[in-house]
Design a protein around this ligand. Structure first.
Ligand code: ADP
Ligand code: MG
Length: 371
């Protein structure tokens, strides 16, 4: 329904100054804000809470976080354009794909990479427990309850995919340092508290992780999302990393369901998470690949963009790299693509980057592959 001039005038009194260039400043026009700013989800989440980060800080690409699952419908006038821009071709009218049934029937999805270049492979996805506000908006009691649910579920899955759960506050700084350097544990989220997104509140209360005995299946609790499910291996076998992820992920979901809970999920948006970049499959498939020549090539960023992938440093997002030759290459899109599709896209992109590295090693130019 169109707003009256008077309604717009009143909304303007609260309309934020959008000084940073991000998806929020592009899509939160005054009429959109005016239609939404007085609404509240059943958990009491408002649009102003979700956007505060993008108003106050240059929160990179997005400029907003999502306070709970209901926000995805209540605030869709601003969220859908943002989602559409990030997950290219997202169409809210289209139902989220069903998970691929073929993926665990010994089908070869991808072959091993050339081990000369690929150091390690990792697949992760975020999950939220339906009914509980997300990290930016949950109370201490809700955060602790989420931890209790996930830790309880972890006790009821096969030993292959579980291990003892450890809270951050039970570990020494030296242990924390060691585990983060091994890429097993997440970073201290208070490092990002300058973003004003609410995620760092009460740190380290109710945060922890579990890793299995084989050291290849990890669950993070209450980092950016309620749950992060990770499969990680050294070496070049992305297929086995994916199969491992799929099996562990299924077991955890079943255990959560058996405990009477379910994940926040919608037909058209898939899994719902704190950051709109992480909805859909929520999957980030990342390959650590050593490319001494490509990593300093002036066209690297352009090539990465053309391949539809993203580049991070060896220590992950928002951290400066300590090894310039080692790139973390992962998919950008997580919605409107299947899990298998993501694994294949990353495989193909990394394989192309390795081909280019070989060309440079042989003293050739890259012009042909840029077309
Ligand atoms: P995410 O948001 O997917 O968890 P981050 O960029 O925050 O990703 O990285 C989390 C941790 O995972 C970091 O320590 C990062 O170096 C590590 N990591 C990501 N991909 C790989 C990989 N292929 N091999 C080893 N470690 C990885
Ligand atoms: Mg992260």
């Amino acid at each position: 329904m169109a707003l009256t001039t008077q309604e717009l005038k009143i909304a303007k009194q609260s309309y934020p100054v959008l000084k940073y260039s991000n998806f929020l400043s592009k899509h939160l026009t005054l009429p959109v804000y005016a239609a939404l700013y007085q609404k509240k989800t059943s958990n009491g989440v408002t649009l102003d809470t979700c956007i505060q980060t993008g108003v106050d800080t240059p929160r990179l690409q997005f400029g907003l976080v999502v306070g709970d699952e209901e926000c995805y419908t209540l605030f869709k006038d601003v969220l859908y354009p943002v989602i559409k821009e990030y997950h290219e071709n997202f169409d809210p009218a289209v139902q989220m794909h069903a998970d691929d049934a073929a993926q665990l029937n010994n089908d070869v999805i991808v072959k091993p990479f050339d081990e000369k270049y690929v150091i390690s492979v990792r697949i992760r996805a975020g999950r939220s427990i339906s009914g509980f506000p997300f990290a930016p908006c949950c109370t201490r009691a809700e955060r602790r309850k989420v931890e209790e649910i996930v830790v309880g579920a972890l006790k009821n899955i096969d030993r292959e995919f579980t291990g003892s759960y450890r809270t951050i506050d039970s570990m020494s700084p030296a242990e924390i340092d060691k585990l983060t350097k091994e890429h097993i544990l997440f970073y201290n989220v208070t490092e990002f508290s300058y973003r004003n997104d609410g995620i760092a509140r009460d740190w380290p209360d109710a945060r922890g992780f579990m890793v299995n005995e084989r050291n290849d299946f990890i669950v993070w609790v209450n980092e950016e999302d309620h749950v992060r499910i990770i499969s990680m291996q050294s070496g070049n076998d992305l297929q086995s990393c994916f199969e491992n992820w799929k099996k562990g992920e299924k077991q955890l979901e079943d255990a959560i369901k058996n405990a009477g809970y379910k994940y926040a999920w919608s037909k058209n948006l898939g899994h719902l998470c704190t950051c709109p970049s992480n909805i859909g499959t929520s999957m980030r498939c990342s390959v650590h690949v050593r490319l001494p020549n490509m990593s300093v090539h002036p066209k690297l960023d352009e090539i990465i963009k053309k391949l539809g992938v993203a580049k991070r440093g060896n220590l992950g997002e928002h951290r400066s790299s300590t090894d310039q030759e080692l790139l973390d290459i992962s998919n950008v899109k997580r919605l409107g693509i299947s899990e298998v599709g993501i694994v294949q896209q990353v495989y193909q992109s990394v394989t192309r980057l390795i081909d280019m590295e070989r060309q440079l090693e042989a003293g050739k130019l890259l012009d042909d592959v840029l077309k």
